[in-house]
Design a binder for this molecule. Sequence first.
Ligand code: URA
Length: 242
Amino acid sequence: MATMRLDKFLADCGCGTRAEVKKELRKKTVSVNGKTVSDGGEKIDPDKDCILWQGRELCYSKYQYIMLYKPSGCVTAVTDRRHKTVMDLLPGSIHKNMAPAGRLDLDTEGLLLITDDGELVHSLLAPGKHVEKTYFARIQGRVTKKEVQLFARGVDIGDRDPARPARLEILEEGPESRILLTITEGRFHQVKRMFQATGMEVLYLKRISMGSLKLDESLGPGGYRFLTDEEVESLKKKENIC
Ligand code: URA
């Protein structure tokens, strides 16, 4: 890889905007090959130089991967004329071409992967891949073993084909129930329609995992963080991307 400016490298690694990076450089918390550096214009070679940011070694990545805890009330889109989008919640330093991998409804919360790695997005969303997505939900109505069995067989949600078999776990059964549901498709309003088919209504919906990726519960709604290398590797391994 060719040499590049240190401040661009740091911004690309998700350390912050160029301005934020400059501020941090002034605090003398960045080193290149063991030498403290405060000039963002310094040229570095990401393949050869060892860059420490606040004591942590940074690896240059062609792509960026962000886990967002999507709050209710913002749309899963890159731009929208009426609502705040999930992209509005992210730092200004993120790569161009970043986009959400999949879609959550306006009122759904939880795990959303945002990346510019199109190959990974494709393999996570391709209908034939059947990547597992797990949701926590509060349901208006008593969810019982009957729904567990119905969902396991594949419930008719009004499309040409019934929903694929899904795993329903009841956490609390009552006039209002709490459940976990794992599905392997991503049809429009799928979870809501599965419960509608049983005469029940989803009151609250939150995605807690997608493939091997689990929502980091230390993030609050609207919070985000970059994926660790291990999380990226395990997502790719699970989806057979090298
Ligand atoms: N199922 C739904 O009904 N809504 C979502 O946002 C995600 C899955």
